[in-house]
Design a protein around this ligand. Structure first.
Ligand code: NIG
Ligand code: FE
Length: 411
């Protein structure tokens, strides 16, 4: 047993019945000032105010005087498994090329796919685990990881097997998403249906047989997968029990969100360009909108209109999108700060979006995302700070003192 004492603010206290928060509810971040929290094994066993500190003879004590404790970040959208990097494209963009121009020259996703197919599974695992360890130290306690840089049967399976090994070897909760429909390989540029046949008829059955994926994704975007093509992917996924989490509305609004809601997608992600019709489609649905502000920051595209969406009563989750092309960072502290600074979310809203709503967006709200008895003891302990407002305010500082995952402090 571990007992955290004298916690300045214990954030995100929720009942097990709360699986996500929406609209004006997001302005509230329930907390206990001057708190204690008891960890038993991997789980949160109890918590309360210091005035009612229980008998603690057998517990290891961690004094949290001056420190804030909150649930570890739930990063529901990453591409952590990739080979090499795309630093040259970064410099090309500085020199004036756009993301689209680079992709049209064979850069972008196809550049990463070429590198990945030339990399062994063991090498890919070694490269990817370093990134996972980095985001764990930055406070991520649950992450979704996508395939999508293989775009061949072998390449996609290789990525998903690496994700499976990460799942087995790390205490971070990991959900795995099959993103075979990330881009059309050059040889399928003029025959889209043949590539979709390959993903649906060859990749999916193998993935299902090896139980390599929890969700299915597609890049629904002008120049990538059309709404109809995305619907075909979602329907095929559902036949194998894989709910959809879709990349949509990154550069253009093409009515993909309504199609995702219709197919009961768990989440729709990116949403840099959002119309009134998209907002209407999301109302009263079970689909979580997910914003990725580090991507907007890195490739200089609009930020998701969070205020408009929250004012319409929608929920919102925040995730990193950690990937080699548009977001080479998985730092959720930066994501939360950027959501406050650039999307005008309050610290309460941003922390809700990066914890409880992030957990929902990867099907983990029964075990992650809040301080709840019976949930995993996945915690961030900050350095001494005046209040949790400092987390986004001091956007460039490392304010994390330690991270506890499944009840154990990570090095
Ligand atoms: O989420 N938009 C699609 N996929 C990734 C980026 C892919 C890449 O450039 O490697 C994203 O931003
Ligand atoms: Fe992405």
């Amino acid at each position: 047993m571990i007992l955290l004492t004298n916690i300045k603010q214990l954030l995100q206290i929720r009942d097990m019945s709360i699986t996500k928060v929406s609209g004006s509810e997001m302005a509230e971040l329930p907390m206990i000032p001057d708190a204690w929290l008891l960890i038993d094994g991997e789980e949160i066993a109890a918590f309360g105010n210091m005035s009612e500190l229980p008998d603690h003879e057998n517990a290891q004590i961690i004094d949290c005087s001056g420190k804030v404790v909150l649930p570890a970040w739930c990063d529901s959208h990453t591409h952590i498994v990739y080979a090499g990097d795309r630093t040259q494209e970064f410099v090309d963009r500085i020199n004036g090329l756009t993301y689209e121009e680079i992709a049209n020259r064979g850069g972008g996703i196809l550049n990463s796919a070429k590198k990945l197919n030339e990399t062994s599974e063991d090498d890919l695992y070694e490269q990817s685990k370093k990134r996972l360890e980095e985001v764990m130290s930055q406070g991520s306690g649950a992450v979704e990881i996508k395939s999508g840089y293989g775009l061949t049967v072998e390449g996609e399976l290789k990525m998903l097997r690496v994700i499976k090994r990460l799942k087995q070897n790390y205490p971070t909760a990991i959900k795995s998403t099959f993103l075979g429909a990330h881009a059309f390989p050059t040889e399928y540029k003029t025959d889209h249906s043949a590539y979709i046949d390959l993903t649906v008829n060859e990749m999916l059955p193998k993935i299902a047989q090896e139980e390599l994926a929890d969700y299915i994704d597609a890049f629904c975007e002008t120049g990538y997968f059309s709404v109809e093509e995305t619907e075909r992917i979602m329907e095929a996924g559902l036949q194998y029990g894989l709910q959809a989490k879709i990349h949509v509305n990154q550069f253009t609004a093409i009515d993909g969100i309504a199609a995702c809601v219709k197919h009961k997608a768990l989440s729709v992600d990116h949403l840099e360009i959002v119309t009134e019709a998209d907002i209407e489609a999301l109302k009263n649905s079970q689909t979580m909108p997910v914003a990725l502000p580090s991507c907007s920051y890195f490739i200089s595209i609009p930020y998701t209109p969070a205020r408009q969406m929250l004012n319409a009563g929608l929920p919102l989750a925040l995730a990193s999108d950690f990937n080699p092309g548009t977001t080479p960072s998985g730092n959720m502290n930066f994501v939360v700060a950027t959501a406050c600074i650039k999307m005008k979310m309050t610290p309460e809203e941003a922390i809700n979006a990066a914890t409880i709503n992030g957990a929902y967006a990867m099907g983990l709200s029964a075990s992650h995302g809040s301080i709840t008895v019976g949930k995993k003891a996945n915690l961030i302990i900050t350095k001494p700070i005046t209040s949790f407002y400092e987390i986004p305010y001091r956007f460039g500082s490392d304010l994390i003192e330690s991270v506890i995952l499944n009840g154990k402090s990570i090095a």
